[in-house]
Structures are given as structure tokens and as C-alpha cells.
Ligand binder design. Structure first.
Ligand SMILES: Cc1ncc(COP(=O)(O)O)c(C=O)c1O
Length: 379
């Protein structure tokens, strides 16, 4: 499949536990050896000038560091290269930055991962993708599959807001509603995969959504002149973005693009569903409840080991926010900054306030928050 003018420097897929290599030119899911997500390896020995397509204002400016070999297979709706701005009214001693992912196609950062995964699916000749979703990833898969001419099946909790359901139907996807949370959707999706031979697009069960999400790490470095913030606060469900950014930082160190300390990575979750906070704090996992931050309602994330590794390696931490705090944060940021955050975005702001109060974040540190989705989709 690799063409002579292959745009990607990807070489192999690898199990993060036993390091077994998997063939990148074949359809792969997760590492069957250790039941872990598969990570993509690249040949990183080229100088920077050969690697960036600086005129391209999408994630595909990093095409050499993404897994699609033939540029004709790229399925893009203009995702990525989202703005980072200072929350100047709310920055006191801290320098507070916000990366606003709500401006992505389909209104969330899911567009990044899905653009890469659908492009790679097209390259591998896959004709049917199946996804369990809390909402945003389903909309993104529906849109990118529509563009690619691939059939999409979306399995979503019945209580998901109408906008998130309706967009899937309009993009032409098959939408299946389930009474329960995303883990119940995952069970049905696995059954459909077995029955139909469709490709499982579940978070981190296929290797390439991670590669798309890692572009957030590349962008943060490039947009901040290759100097990373001290702390990054990430609203965490399945953990693709957290693990992806950490992977990007290591790739950039290998490339010599960044030096010095990497950011301390913070997981923020909803009190109603906080499996990673419970694992990090060694506290008992209580049964998950729905939350207004739909993207954070992942009771049993597949990549929990990799997320704990990111927290450990980065000296990071994990904390929860309540439903009321997220509601209040939306109003506070809207009135101070003129920016409407999704509940997940608000969670990063509230998480930051708590960590400044407890002095886990020092007064002079630079903190980057994420608004991962558009408030307008939660109606
Ligand atoms: C708006 C939003 N924020 C955050 C998340 C969690 O993302 P991740 O799976 O990368 O942890 C999701 C996932 O559905 C989401 O839709």
C-alpha cells in the first residue's frame, strides 16, 4: 500500500506493554497480546523543515506524522488548527489559556480523531464503521463517513440531547439508541461488529483516532512557539486526547522540536462518573450516573493503564467537579470572557480554580484549558 510518494513516516503499530509489533498495512484493532491500545510508530530522523506543511491550516499540516500513506485517502472537513487565546479577565497571577475546540467541523475535537481514523479506514478498504458514543464522536463519524462514502452505524445512549442524535440521521448514519451509558452502547457495538463484519471505531480499540487527537499536542507546541504550558487540564472520558498529547510531546522531544520540562497533565472528571479519579486516588469506584458533561460519562475506560502512566510520568493529578460547578463555570466564563463553554470545557475551568486554591498550581504558572465541544450542541 505504501506508495513511492507516501506522505506518512509511519512504520509499525506496537503494543505498549510487551512491545510486540503489528503490521500497519493491515486492518488492526487493539493489541490482542495484552488487551491494550495499539500505538503507531514513525521514523523520526528527518529535520523539522521536511515535516511541516506550514501552509495547511488543518491537522494535515502534520501529515508526515499521521498514519495515512496516500494523500488521496485523506478525508478532511477542515479540522484542527484551532485558536488558543488568553482568558484575560480571568487570568490573575496565572496565565490562563484556552484552546477552543468547539470551532472544529461538527462542533467538537472528535473531528480530529475521526478524520484520521476514517481516512485510514478508507485506505484499508473498510466499507462500514460502527461506533459506540456519548454523542460527539457519533456526529463526527457520521459526517466523515458521509464524505468518504463509508456506511456508519452509531450506537448512542437514549438520553443524549436531540441535536447530537439528529445530526447523525441527517448525515445518513444508522442511529441505534440504547438505555444506558456508553459501556452499554459498547456491548451492542461489539455484537454488531461480530454480526456484520463492520469495523469497530470504539475509543482506542482502533489505533488512529489517537493519532488524530495527538495533533492537539503538536498545535499547542507550535502555536506557543515551541514552549509548552506548565499545566494542561483535560476533560477526560476515554482518554484519547490525554494519551495522544503525551505521545505527541514525546515524538516532538525525539524530533528535537521541544526541550525542557513537559506539562503536568490533569484529568478532570464529573463527580457522577469518575473512574480515573478513583483509580488515581485508590478510592472505591461508585456506580456511574449520567452527567451534563456527556463526553465524560465513560464508566470503564479501556485505556486506563495508559492514562495512569501519563499522570505518573508528568507528575499530574486527577480531580472531580460537580454538576452545579460545571453549570456555574459556564455562566462565569461567559460573563467574564464572552466565551460559551461546553460542560466539559467548564469542568477544566473549575478544575483549574480548585487546583489554584489548593496551590497545586503555583501563582505564576501557565495553564492551558480545553473547550472540547460546542455549548450549542447540548440542547
Ligand atoms: C466534549 C467532549 N469532551 C471530552 C470528551 C472526552 O474525550 P476523551 O475520550 O479524549 O477523554 C468527549 C468525549 O466524548 C467529549 O465529547
Amino acid at each position: 500500500m505504501k506508495t513511492l510518494n507516501a506522505i506518512s513516516l509511519s512504520t509499525t503499530l506496537q503494543c505498549p506493554h510487551c512491545h510486540k509489533l503489528y503490521n500497519i498495512e493491515e486492518r488492526q484493532s487493539f493489541a490482542t497480546c495484552c488487551n491494550q491500545p495499539l500505538l503507531t510508530n514513525y521514523d523520526l530522523d528527518l529535520p523539522k523543515s521536511h515535516l511541516l506543511h506550514s501552509a495547511e491550516r488543518t491537522i494535515w499540516r502534520y501529515a508526515k506524522l499521521l498514519p495515512v500513506f496516500d494523500k488521496h485517502n485523506i478525508v478532511s472537513l477542515g479540522e484542527g488548527w484551532t485558536p488558543i487565546s488568553e482568558l484575560s479577565a480571568l487570568s490573575q497571577r496565572n496565565y490562563l489559556l484556552l484552546k477552543d475546540e468547539s470551532v472544529n467541523p461538527t462542533g467538537s475535537f472528535k473531528a480530529r480523531g475521526i478524520s484520521v481514523a476514517v481516512s485510514k479506514a478508507k485506505e484499508l478498504g473498510i466499507t462500514h464503521c460502527i461506533i459506540p458514543t456519548a454523542g460527539n464522536a457519533g456526529g463526527a463519524l457520521s459526517a466523515y463517513c458521509a464524505k468518504a462514502g463509508i456506511k456508519a452505524t452509531v450506537v448512542m445512549p437514549r438520553h443524549t440531547p436531540a441535536t447530537l442524535q439528529e445530526e447523525c440521521r441527517i448525515y445518513g448514519a444508522e442511529l441505534i439508541l440504547v438505555d444506558g451509558l456508553i459501556d452499554d452502547c459498547g456491548k451492542l457495538a461489539r455484537q454488531l461488529v461480530a454480526e456484520t463484519g463492520g469495523f469497530d471505531m470504539s475509543t482506542l480499540k482502533e489505533p488512529y483516532r489517537l493519532e488524530g487527537k495527538k495533533t492537539m499536542g503538536y498545535e499547542i507546541a507550535e502555536q506557543l512557539n515551541w514552549k509548552l504550558p506548565d499545566v494542561i487540564i483535560y476533560p477526560t472520558g476515554g482518554g484519547t486526547g490525554l494519551i495522544g498529547m503525551w505521545k505527541a510531546f514525546h515524538e516532538m522531544q525525539q524530533l528535537g522540536w521541544i526541550t525542557g520540562h513537559l506539562p503536568r497533565m490533569v484529568i478532570v472528571q464529573a463527580e457522577n462518573c469518575a473512574p480515573m479519579v478513583n483509580l488515581f486516588e485508590h478510592t472505591q469506584n461508585i456506580p456511574a450516573l449520567p452527567t451534563i458533561a456527556y463526553g465524560l460519562a465513560v464508566p470503564a475506560p479501556f485505556a486506563k493503564d495508559l492514562m495512569l502512566e501519563v499522570l505518573g510520568q508528568s507528575n499530574g493529578t486527577a480531580l472531580t467537579v460537580s454538576e452545579q460547578e460545571m453549570e456555574d463555570g459556564i455562566v462565569e466564563v461567559a460573563r467574564a470572557e464572552g466565551v460559551l463553554l461546553s460542560p466539559e470545557g467548564s469542568a477544566t475551568y473549575i478544575g483549574c480554580k480548585k487546583l489554584v486554591e489548593s496551590r497545586w498550581i503555583a501563582e505564576d504558572e501557565t495553564v492551558l484549558l480545553f473547550n472540547t465541544g460546542s455549548w450549542y450542541k447540548y440542547r
